[in-house]
Design a protein around this ligand. Structure first.
Ligand code: ADP
Length: 400
Protein backbone atom coordinates (compact mmCIF):
# COMPACT_ATOMS: atom_id res chain seq x y z
CA UNK A 1 0.00 0.00 0.00
CA UNK A 2 1.11 3.55 -0.61
CA UNK A 3 2.53 5.44 2.28
CA UNK A 4 1.81 8.94 1.13
CA UNK A 5 3.12 10.62 4.24
CA UNK A 6 6.69 9.77 3.19
CA UNK A 7 6.76 11.59 -0.11
CA UNK A 8 10.43 12.56 0.12
CA UNK A 9 11.52 8.95 0.39
CA UNK A 10 12.24 6.74 -2.54
CA UNK A 11 10.01 3.77 -3.14
CA UNK A 12 12.88 1.53 -2.07
CA UNK A 13 13.15 3.08 1.39
CA UNK A 14 9.38 3.10 1.81
CA UNK A 15 9.46 -0.60 1.08
CA UNK A 16 11.91 -1.14 3.89
CA UNK A 17 8.96 -0.54 6.17
CA UNK A 18 6.16 -2.03 4.12
CA UNK A 19 8.19 -5.09 3.12
CA UNK A 20 7.30 -4.91 -0.54
CA UNK A 21 7.46 -2.33 -3.31
CA UNK A 22 4.45 -2.23 -5.56
CA UNK A 23 4.92 -0.52 -8.91
CA UNK A 24 1.74 0.75 -10.52
CA UNK A 25 1.78 0.99 -14.30
CA UNK A 26 -0.79 3.22 -15.98
CA UNK A 27 -1.75 1.64 -19.30
CA UNK A 28 -2.20 -2.04 -20.06
CA UNK A 29 -0.47 -2.48 -23.41
CA UNK A 30 2.49 -4.64 -24.39
CA UNK A 31 5.01 -2.40 -22.60
CA UNK A 32 3.26 -3.00 -19.26
CA UNK A 33 2.98 -6.69 -20.16
CA UNK A 34 6.74 -6.96 -20.73
CA UNK A 35 7.44 -5.36 -17.32
CA UNK A 36 5.76 -8.30 -15.58
CA UNK A 37 8.55 -10.95 -15.90
CA UNK A 38 11.37 -8.66 -14.67
CA UNK A 39 9.15 -7.40 -11.83
CA UNK A 40 8.85 -11.01 -10.73
CA UNK A 41 12.62 -11.55 -11.05
CA UNK A 42 13.40 -8.42 -9.03
CA UNK A 43 10.88 -9.30 -6.32
CA UNK A 44 8.76 -6.26 -7.05
CA UNK A 45 4.99 -6.33 -7.00
CA UNK A 46 3.30 -4.89 -10.07
CA UNK A 47 -0.20 -3.61 -10.69
CA UNK A 48 -1.61 -2.27 -13.93
CA UNK A 49 -4.38 0.24 -14.55
CA UNK A 50 -5.63 -1.01 -17.90
CA UNK A 51 -7.90 0.87 -20.26
CA UNK A 52 -10.13 -2.15 -20.79
CA UNK A 53 -10.43 -5.76 -19.68
CA UNK A 54 -8.43 -8.33 -21.65
CA UNK A 55 -5.58 -6.01 -22.66
CA UNK A 56 -1.99 -7.15 -23.19
CA UNK A 57 -1.06 -6.73 -19.52
CA UNK A 58 -4.35 -8.23 -18.30
CA UNK A 59 -2.59 -10.70 -16.00
CA UNK A 60 -1.42 -7.82 -13.79
CA UNK A 61 -4.42 -5.57 -14.36
CA UNK A 62 -5.71 -4.98 -10.86
CA UNK A 63 -7.71 -2.03 -12.07
CA UNK A 64 -9.53 -1.08 -15.23
CA UNK A 65 -10.40 2.52 -15.98
CA UNK A 66 -9.78 5.72 -17.86
CA UNK A 67 -6.33 7.21 -17.19
CA UNK A 68 -7.70 10.69 -18.00
CA UNK A 69 -10.11 10.47 -15.05
CA UNK A 70 -8.46 11.87 -11.92
CA UNK A 71 -10.60 9.87 -9.47
CA UNK A 72 -9.73 6.58 -11.20
CA UNK A 73 -6.01 7.35 -11.21
CA UNK A 74 -6.07 8.58 -7.60
CA UNK A 75 -7.79 5.41 -6.43
CA UNK A 76 -5.20 3.30 -8.26
CA UNK A 77 -2.34 5.32 -6.75
CA UNK A 78 -3.62 4.54 -3.25
CA UNK A 79 -2.72 0.90 -3.83
CA UNK A 80 0.89 1.31 -5.01
CA UNK A 81 4.25 2.80 -3.95
CA UNK A 82 5.35 4.27 -7.24
CA UNK A 83 3.48 5.13 -10.42
CA UNK A 84 4.93 4.76 -13.91
CA UNK A 85 3.53 4.52 -17.42
CA UNK A 86 2.99 2.33 -20.47
CA UNK A 87 2.17 5.43 -22.53
CA UNK A 88 2.29 9.22 -22.34
CA UNK A 89 -1.42 10.03 -22.33
CA UNK A 90 -2.12 10.88 -18.68
CA UNK A 91 -3.02 14.58 -18.70
CA UNK A 92 -0.85 17.02 -16.74
CA UNK A 93 -3.89 18.06 -14.60
CA UNK A 94 -4.27 14.46 -13.43
CA UNK A 95 -0.51 14.15 -12.84
CA UNK A 96 -0.51 17.35 -10.78
CA UNK A 97 -3.24 15.93 -8.54
CA UNK A 98 -1.26 12.71 -8.19
CA UNK A 99 1.86 14.59 -7.11
CA UNK A 100 -0.14 16.54 -4.54
CA UNK A 101 -0.99 13.26 -2.79
CA UNK A 102 2.74 12.62 -2.30
CA UNK A 103 2.88 9.41 -4.32
CA UNK A 104 6.10 8.75 -6.27
CA UNK A 105 5.64 9.36 -10.01
CA UNK A 106 8.38 8.45 -12.54
CA UNK A 107 9.01 9.96 -14.96
CA UNK A 108 7.92 13.10 -13.16
CA UNK A 109 5.29 15.29 -14.82
CA UNK A 110 7.73 18.16 -15.42
CA UNK A 111 9.89 15.76 -17.46
CA UNK A 112 7.02 13.87 -19.08
CA UNK A 113 5.53 17.08 -20.53
CA UNK A 114 8.31 17.11 -23.13
CA UNK A 115 7.30 13.67 -24.39
CA UNK A 116 3.63 14.73 -24.43
CA UNK A 117 4.01 17.85 -26.53
CA UNK A 118 6.33 18.05 -29.55
CA UNK A 119 6.46 21.85 -29.48
CA UNK A 120 7.51 21.95 -25.81
CA UNK A 121 10.07 19.27 -26.62
CA UNK A 122 11.57 21.23 -29.56
CA UNK A 123 11.71 24.38 -27.40
CA UNK A 124 13.43 22.63 -24.52
CA UNK A 125 15.94 20.73 -26.66
CA UNK A 126 16.84 23.91 -28.55
CA UNK A 127 17.26 25.72 -25.22
CA UNK A 128 19.71 23.15 -23.83
CA UNK A 129 21.65 22.99 -27.10
CA UNK A 130 20.62 19.56 -28.43
CA UNK A 131 20.75 19.41 -32.25
CA UNK A 132 17.23 19.22 -33.79
CA UNK A 133 15.83 19.83 -37.30
CA UNK A 134 15.05 23.46 -38.22
CA UNK A 135 11.60 24.10 -36.76
CA UNK A 136 8.94 26.71 -36.09
CA UNK A 137 5.52 26.86 -34.55
CA UNK A 138 2.79 27.81 -37.03
CA UNK A 139 -0.60 29.07 -35.92
CA UNK A 140 -2.17 29.63 -39.32
CA UNK A 141 -1.70 28.78 -43.01
CA UNK A 142 0.11 32.05 -43.70
CA UNK A 143 2.77 31.19 -41.15
CA UNK A 144 3.18 27.73 -42.65
CA UNK A 145 3.55 29.21 -46.15
CA UNK A 146 6.25 31.53 -44.81
CA UNK A 147 8.05 28.56 -43.24
CA UNK A 148 7.76 26.58 -46.49
CA UNK A 149 9.42 29.42 -48.36
CA UNK A 150 12.22 29.42 -45.79
CA UNK A 151 12.97 25.67 -46.05
CA UNK A 152 12.74 25.23 -49.81
CA UNK A 153 9.08 24.44 -50.40
CA UNK A 154 8.70 21.15 -48.55
CA UNK A 155 8.12 20.72 -44.83
CA UNK A 156 6.97 18.20 -42.24
CA UNK A 157 3.96 19.36 -40.24
CA UNK A 158 3.09 17.71 -36.93
CA UNK A 159 0.34 18.04 -34.39
CA UNK A 160 1.93 18.92 -31.05
CA UNK A 161 0.03 16.25 -29.12
CA UNK A 162 -1.53 12.86 -29.51
CA UNK A 163 0.43 11.57 -32.52
CA UNK A 164 1.88 8.06 -32.63
CA UNK A 165 3.22 5.69 -35.27
CA UNK A 166 3.35 8.56 -37.77
CA UNK A 167 -0.28 9.63 -37.28
CA UNK A 168 -0.09 13.36 -36.77
CA UNK A 169 2.87 13.72 -39.15
CA UNK A 170 2.44 15.00 -42.72
CA UNK A 171 4.80 16.11 -45.46
CA UNK A 172 3.38 19.20 -47.19
CA UNK A 173 4.31 21.52 -50.03
CA UNK A 174 1.46 23.99 -49.43
CA UNK A 175 -0.31 25.19 -46.29
CA UNK A 176 -3.66 24.08 -47.72
CA UNK A 177 -2.55 20.46 -47.18
CA UNK A 178 -2.77 21.05 -43.42
CA UNK A 179 -6.05 23.01 -43.53
CA UNK A 180 -7.93 20.38 -41.50
CA UNK A 181 -5.32 20.51 -38.74
CA UNK A 182 -5.44 24.30 -38.56
CA UNK A 183 -9.25 24.05 -38.33
CA UNK A 184 -8.94 21.49 -35.52
CA UNK A 185 -6.69 23.88 -33.57
CA UNK A 186 -9.64 26.26 -33.18
CA UNK A 187 -11.45 23.73 -31.02
CA UNK A 188 -8.35 22.45 -29.24
CA UNK A 189 -8.32 23.53 -25.58
CA UNK A 190 -4.57 22.85 -25.18
CA UNK A 191 -2.63 23.38 -28.42
CA UNK A 192 -2.74 26.64 -30.36
CA UNK A 193 -0.10 25.82 -32.97
CA UNK A 194 1.29 23.10 -35.19
CA UNK A 195 4.97 22.19 -35.39
CA UNK A 196 6.61 22.75 -38.77
CA UNK A 197 10.02 21.28 -39.55
CA UNK A 198 12.45 20.98 -42.41
CA UNK A 199 12.18 17.64 -44.21
CA UNK A 200 15.48 16.14 -43.09
CA UNK A 201 17.29 14.22 -45.85
CA UNK A 202 18.45 11.48 -43.55
CA UNK A 203 20.64 8.46 -44.17
CA UNK A 204 18.72 6.45 -41.58
CA UNK A 205 16.96 6.63 -38.21
CA UNK A 206 18.61 5.72 -34.93
CA UNK A 207 17.46 5.36 -31.34
CA UNK A 208 19.51 5.88 -28.22
CA UNK A 209 17.99 4.17 -25.22
CA UNK A 210 18.92 5.63 -21.86
CA UNK A 211 17.87 5.03 -18.26
CA UNK A 212 18.21 7.46 -15.37
CA UNK A 213 17.25 6.96 -11.75
CA UNK A 214 16.15 9.71 -9.35
CA UNK A 215 19.54 9.76 -7.65
CA UNK A 216 21.10 10.69 -11.01
CA UNK A 217 22.76 7.45 -12.17
CA UNK A 218 22.55 7.08 -15.96
CA UNK A 219 22.92 3.94 -18.11
CA UNK A 220 23.03 3.86 -21.91
CA UNK A 221 22.53 0.95 -24.29
CA UNK A 222 24.32 0.74 -27.64
CA UNK A 223 22.69 3.06 -30.19
CA UNK A 224 20.43 1.08 -32.55
CA UNK A 225 19.24 1.52 -36.12
CA UNK A 226 15.47 1.61 -36.57
CA UNK A 227 13.73 0.94 -39.87
CA UNK A 228 10.21 2.35 -40.28
CA UNK A 229 7.57 1.14 -42.71
CA UNK A 230 4.47 3.29 -43.20
CA UNK A 231 5.39 5.30 -40.10
CA UNK A 232 5.60 2.16 -37.93
CA UNK A 233 8.84 0.74 -36.53
CA UNK A 234 9.51 -2.48 -38.45
CA UNK A 235 13.06 -3.56 -37.63
CA UNK A 236 15.69 -2.69 -35.05
CA UNK A 237 19.37 -3.54 -35.50
CA UNK A 238 21.59 -3.46 -32.42
CA UNK A 239 24.15 -2.04 -32.38
CA UNK A 240 23.63 0.31 -35.34
CA UNK A 241 26.14 -0.66 -38.04
CA UNK A 242 28.63 2.10 -38.89
CA UNK A 243 27.84 4.10 -42.04
CA UNK A 244 29.10 7.69 -42.23
CA UNK A 245 31.41 7.54 -39.20
CA UNK A 246 33.06 4.76 -37.22
CA UNK A 247 30.83 2.77 -34.84
CA UNK A 248 32.76 4.20 -31.89
CA UNK A 249 32.25 7.81 -33.01
CA UNK A 250 28.58 7.23 -33.71
CA UNK A 251 28.11 5.66 -30.27
CA UNK A 252 29.95 8.46 -28.56
CA UNK A 253 27.85 11.15 -30.26
CA UNK A 254 24.53 9.35 -29.64
CA UNK A 255 25.36 8.60 -26.01
CA UNK A 256 26.36 12.21 -25.35
CA UNK A 257 22.96 13.36 -26.66
CA UNK A 258 21.08 10.70 -24.68
CA UNK A 259 22.89 11.64 -21.49
CA UNK A 260 22.42 15.36 -22.05
CA UNK A 261 18.66 14.99 -22.52
CA UNK A 262 18.18 12.55 -19.62
CA UNK A 263 20.05 14.88 -17.31
CA UNK A 264 18.77 18.18 -18.72
CA UNK A 265 15.12 17.09 -18.57
CA UNK A 266 15.60 15.20 -15.26
CA UNK A 267 14.15 12.07 -16.80
CA UNK A 268 13.56 9.14 -14.44
CA UNK A 269 13.04 5.70 -15.94
CA UNK A 270 13.83 4.60 -19.48
CA UNK A 271 13.76 7.02 -22.40
CA UNK A 272 14.21 6.44 -26.11
CA UNK A 273 15.79 9.32 -28.03
CA UNK A 274 14.85 8.90 -31.70
CA UNK A 275 17.31 10.55 -34.06
CA UNK A 276 18.08 11.10 -37.71
CA UNK A 277 21.58 10.44 -38.97
CA UNK A 278 22.05 12.93 -41.79
CA UNK A 279 23.86 12.09 -45.01
CA UNK A 280 27.00 13.77 -43.64
CA UNK A 281 26.90 11.86 -40.36
CA UNK A 282 25.31 14.45 -38.04
CA UNK A 283 22.69 13.45 -35.49
CA UNK A 284 19.44 15.42 -35.12
CA UNK A 285 16.93 14.49 -32.44
CA UNK A 286 13.43 13.82 -33.74
CA UNK A 287 11.37 12.44 -30.90
CA UNK A 288 11.45 11.41 -27.22
CA UNK A 289 9.57 8.53 -25.59
CA UNK A 290 9.78 8.47 -21.79
CA UNK A 291 9.10 4.82 -21.18
CA UNK A 292 10.38 1.53 -22.55
CA UNK A 293 10.16 1.75 -26.34
CA UNK A 294 9.82 -0.47 -29.38
CA UNK A 295 13.43 0.31 -30.30
CA UNK A 296 14.55 -1.31 -27.02
CA UNK A 297 12.74 -4.65 -27.25
CA UNK A 298 15.96 -6.28 -28.53
CA UNK A 299 17.37 -5.77 -25.01
CA UNK A 300 15.22 -8.56 -23.53
CA UNK A 301 17.58 -11.13 -25.02
CA UNK A 302 20.25 -8.82 -26.44
CA UNK A 303 21.38 -7.05 -23.25
CA UNK A 304 22.35 -8.17 -19.79
CA UNK A 305 19.67 -5.83 -18.43
CA UNK A 306 16.54 -5.38 -20.53
CA UNK A 307 14.87 -2.00 -20.87
CA UNK A 308 11.90 -3.34 -18.89
CA UNK A 309 14.02 -4.48 -15.95
CA UNK A 310 16.02 -1.25 -16.09
CA UNK A 311 12.84 0.84 -16.10
CA UNK A 312 11.65 -0.92 -12.95
CA UNK A 313 15.04 -0.47 -11.30
CA UNK A 314 15.10 3.21 -12.26
CA UNK A 315 11.60 4.11 -11.10
CA UNK A 316 12.19 2.40 -7.75
CA UNK A 317 15.64 4.06 -7.50
CA UNK A 318 17.51 0.77 -7.37
CA UNK A 319 21.04 0.48 -8.85
CA UNK A 320 20.97 0.16 -12.64
CA UNK A 321 22.13 -3.04 -14.34
CA UNK A 322 24.70 -3.56 -17.08
CA UNK A 323 23.55 -2.57 -20.56
CA UNK A 324 26.28 -4.60 -22.29
CA UNK A 325 25.10 -6.83 -25.10
CA UNK A 326 24.91 -10.57 -24.52
CA UNK A 327 26.11 -11.23 -28.10
CA UNK A 328 27.71 -8.93 -30.68
CA UNK A 329 24.46 -8.48 -32.67
CA UNK A 330 20.71 -8.47 -32.04
CA UNK A 331 17.82 -7.87 -34.42
CA UNK A 332 14.19 -7.29 -33.41
CA UNK A 333 11.40 -7.43 -35.94
CA UNK A 334 7.82 -6.43 -35.21
CA UNK A 335 5.09 -8.87 -36.11
CA UNK A 336 1.93 -7.27 -37.41
CA UNK A 337 -1.50 -8.82 -37.56
CA UNK A 338 -1.62 -10.66 -40.87
CA UNK A 339 -3.78 -12.98 -42.89
CA UNK A 340 -3.23 -16.00 -40.62
CA UNK A 341 -6.25 -17.15 -38.62
CA UNK A 342 -6.62 -19.09 -35.41
CA UNK A 343 -5.19 -18.91 -31.90
CA UNK A 344 -1.54 -17.87 -31.52
CA UNK A 345 -0.11 -21.20 -30.33
CA UNK A 346 -1.49 -22.88 -33.45
CA UNK A 347 -0.39 -20.11 -35.79
CA UNK A 348 3.11 -20.06 -34.35
CA UNK A 349 3.60 -23.79 -34.40
CA UNK A 350 5.47 -23.85 -37.69
CA UNK A 351 7.50 -20.73 -36.93
CA UNK A 352 8.64 -22.13 -33.58
CA UNK A 353 9.59 -25.44 -35.18
CA UNK A 354 11.51 -23.84 -38.05
CA UNK A 355 13.37 -21.21 -35.98
CA UNK A 356 14.41 -22.71 -32.63
CA UNK A 357 17.05 -19.99 -32.07
CA UNK A 358 14.55 -17.14 -32.45
CA UNK A 359 12.72 -15.68 -29.46
CA UNK A 360 9.03 -15.07 -30.13
CA UNK A 361 6.99 -12.60 -28.10
CA UNK A 362 3.22 -12.49 -28.36
CA UNK A 363 1.33 -9.52 -26.90
CA UNK A 364 -1.88 -11.47 -26.37
CA UNK A 365 -3.81 -9.19 -28.70
CA UNK A 366 -6.47 -9.94 -31.25
CA UNK A 367 -4.87 -9.93 -34.66
CA UNK A 368 -5.89 -7.10 -36.98
CA UNK A 369 -4.03 -6.18 -40.19
CA UNK A 370 -1.29 -3.66 -39.39
CA UNK A 371 -1.61 -4.01 -35.59
CA UNK A 372 1.57 -4.82 -33.63
CA UNK A 373 0.78 -8.24 -32.14
CA UNK A 374 4.26 -9.41 -31.22
CA UNK A 375 7.92 -9.37 -32.11
CA UNK A 376 10.80 -11.70 -32.83
CA UNK A 377 14.40 -11.28 -31.66
CA UNK A 378 17.46 -13.16 -32.85
CA UNK A 379 20.90 -12.65 -31.33
CA UNK A 380 24.26 -13.84 -32.66
CA UNK A 381 27.71 -12.94 -33.88
CA UNK A 382 27.03 -11.47 -37.30
CA UNK A 383 24.51 -8.70 -38.01
CA UNK A 384 23.71 -9.80 -41.58
CA UNK A 385 23.06 -13.40 -40.54
CA UNK A 386 21.01 -12.39 -37.52
CA UNK A 387 18.94 -10.00 -39.65
CA UNK A 388 18.19 -12.69 -42.20
CA UNK A 389 17.20 -15.20 -39.52
CA UNK A 390 14.97 -12.70 -37.72
CA UNK A 391 13.22 -11.69 -40.96
CA UNK A 392 12.52 -15.31 -41.85
CA UNK A 393 11.16 -16.08 -38.38
CA UNK A 394 9.01 -12.94 -38.25
CA UNK A 395 7.55 -13.60 -41.70
CA UNK A 396 6.59 -17.10 -40.68
CA UNK A 397 5.03 -15.87 -37.44
CA UNK A 398 3.08 -13.20 -39.31
CA UNK A 399 1.82 -15.41 -42.09
CA UNK A 400 1.23 -18.53 -40.01
P1 ADP B 1 5.30 9.84 -34.17
O1 ADP B 1 5.40 10.52 -32.85
O2 ADP B 1 3.92 9.71 -34.69
O3 ADP B 1 6.07 8.55 -34.24
P2 ADP B 1 7.50 11.23 -35.44
O4 ADP B 1 7.72 12.66 -35.18
O5 ADP B 1 8.42 10.27 -34.76
O6 ADP B 1 5.98 10.85 -35.19
O7 ADP B 1 7.60 10.99 -37.01
C1 ADP B 1 7.30 9.75 -37.62
C2 ADP B 1 8.25 9.48 -38.78
O8 ADP B 1 8.14 10.52 -39.76
C3 ADP B 1 9.72 9.49 -38.38
O9 ADP B 1 10.11 8.25 -37.87
C4 ADP B 1 10.40 9.85 -39.68
O10 ADP B 1 10.50 8.71 -40.51
C5 ADP B 1 9.41 10.81 -40.31
N1 ADP B 1 9.79 12.21 -39.97
C6 ADP B 1 9.36 12.90 -38.88
N2 ADP B 1 9.89 14.14 -38.85
C7 ADP B 1 10.67 14.25 -39.94
C8 ADP B 1 11.50 15.29 -40.47
N3 ADP B 1 11.60 16.49 -39.89
N4 ADP B 1 12.18 15.02 -41.62
C9 ADP B 1 12.07 13.84 -42.24
N5 ADP B 1 11.31 12.83 -41.80
C10 ADP B 1 10.61 13.01 -40.66
Amino acid sequence: MANNSHSAETAATAAGRAGKIRVGVIGGGQLARMMIPPATHLGLEISVLAEAPGMSAARAADAVGDCRDAATVMQFAETVDVITFDHEHVPQEVLAQLLATGVQVHPQPHSLQYAQDKILMRQKLSEIGVPVPTWATVQNPAELDAFLAQVGGKAVVKTARGGYDGKGVRVVTAAAEAADWFAALEADPVSDALLAEELVPFERELSQLVARRPSGEVALWPVVETVQQDGVCAEVIAPAPAVATTAAKLQEAAAAIGRQIATGLEVTGVMAVEMFETLDGRLLVNELAMRPHNSGHFSIEGSITSQFEQHLRAVTDLPLGSTAMTRPAAVMINVLGGPAEGPMPVRYNRALAAHPAAKFHSYGKDSRPGRKVGHVTVIGDDTAQVLQAARAAAAEMENG
